[in-house]
Design a protein around this ligand. Structure first.
Ligand SMILES: *Cc1c(COP(=O)(O)O)cnc(C)c1O
Length: 395
């Protein structure tokens, strides 16, 4: 378990302690580079291998495959590219439909659009905030090719039920695990729960490399296809021979070096996030009309973002609450806009309602959640939240 001393590591971002008499600034997310990141990056520079040819890409892929308990991990330049190349390798093309949750980061739907296919939106389950398997089944048509299950904010989706639906209808099941490194579903790791999975290592994610992504799968031929498409489509047996139109989605050696060092301390990163979430649940319990994404008994939540929902009778609205917290130096972020409300997708989803996702989006905000958040900062965030709510007569 982490100690206070570990948290004061000099690699953590500089910030003002809440008790220093100066207004603090507590970011909603921040990476912590407290392992061998600098050493490995220096090694890349000294070796001259900075682009995708160096040794760290393979080392990071092997370590990540082990982390997820799968045979293959294929590193990409970012999480969106990982999603796109996974969908392309699964055979998604023009005219196809792919079922996605409307409550997700826009990249889930965009990756489907890049393939020339259409994302078909489904509402969230009130318990997990993830894809509702029954509604997935109701949306299947002869054009449906597969389903993308997002583990929103780090809570796994109901994968057994979704796999059942996918199997009955001959569909693929892809995990968007961009927010779920280290999450478990019935004891099995995110990244090993579908036909393939895509991860992100963007700077605010649980394992961070700046920009970066990964596809994981147990399927040998799918893995080969992802590798082919990731590297411009170049034939692995015949240099500069391109049997297909591929993409330049390779990961550089530099972020792979950072990722390997992050992964060596994966238990610390995931453990600290769970401590932060446990702290929030302890300190916020008892505030009327405030709830959060409960951890299902079959799940280990990865707590990418500890996200709270204000009851709709709350006298202070979500945006006003965020503004008050910002005045106190506490950065928060709203729950994603459901994708069906965004301009590129509004037209296609016209008329349809997604009440659970819309309500979560209207009333939800994510609190600072990252592995380096100190106990003092956590207390300060919770106190600020209480004060901000009670100023409006909320007791
Ligand atoms: C971050 C994220 C992505 C995209 O990852 P990038 O590395 O930023 O391209 C995709 N899906 C979800 C759910 C995400 O949170």
């Amino acid at each position: 378990m982490a100690t206070e001393l570990e948290l004061d590591h000099d690699a953590a971002p500089a910030r003002v302690a809440p008790d220093a008499g100066v207004r603090p600034h507590i970011p909603v997310a921040a990476p912590v580079f407290a392992g061998r990141e600098k050493e490995y990056v220096a090694d890349c520079m000294e070796s001259g291998w900075v682009s995708s040819g160096g040794k760290y890409v393979e080392l990071f892929e092997a370590a990540f495959a082990e982390f997820c308990g799968v045979r293959h991990a294929i590193a990409c330049c970012n999480g969106t590219a990982a999603l796109h190349v996974a969908l392309a390798a699964l055979g998604v093309g023009p005219g196809d439909e792919v079922i996605v949750p409307t409550l997700t980061f826009v990249a889930t739907a965009n990756a489907v659009t890049y393939c020339g296919a259409r994302p078909i939106f489904v509402d969230s389950e009130p318990a997990t905030w993830n894809l509702d398997p029954e509604q997935v089944e109701a949306k299947i048509t002869p054009r449906t090719k597969g389903v993308v299950a997002v583990h929103l904010y780090g809570h796994p989706a109901e994968m057994d039920e979704l796999r059942g639906v996918a199997r009955r209808h001959g569909l693929f099941l892809l995990e968007d695990a961009a927010e779920a490194h280290g999450a478990l579903y019935k004891g099995r790791p995110a990244g090993s729960l579908g036909d393939a999975a895509a991860f992100s290592f963007y700077g605010n994610k649980i394992i961070a490399t700046g920009e970066g992504g990964m596809v994981t799968t147990d399927d040998d031929s799918l893995a080969a296809r992802v590798r082919l498409l990731r590297g411009q489509g170049m034939d692995p047996e015949r240099r500069y021979w391109f049997p297909v139109v591929g993409y330049n989605y390779r990961m550089m050696n530099l972020p792979a070096a950072i990722g390997l060092a992050q992964l060596e301390r994966a238990d610390w990163h995931t453990g600290r996030r769970r401590e932060v979430a446990a702290g929030y649940m302890r300190l916020l319990r008892g505030i009327p009309r405030l709830r959060w994404q409960d951890e299902s008994e079959w799940a280990r939540h990865a707590y990418w973002m500890f996200t709270v929902i204000l009851g709709c009778e709350s006298p202070v609205g979500r945006d006003a609450l965020m503004a008050r917290l910002a005045e106190r130096g506490v950065e928060t972020r709203p729950v994603f806009y459901p994708v069906h409300l965004l301009p590129p997708y509004r037209e296609a989803a016209r008329g349809e309602e997604f009440p659970v996702a819309e309500s979560l989006a209207r009333h939800g905000l994510s609190l600072p959640t990252w592995a380096g958040l100190s106990h003092a900062e956590l207390n300060y965030v919770c106190e600020s939240l209480r004060e901000s709510l009670s100023e409006a007569g909320e007791k």
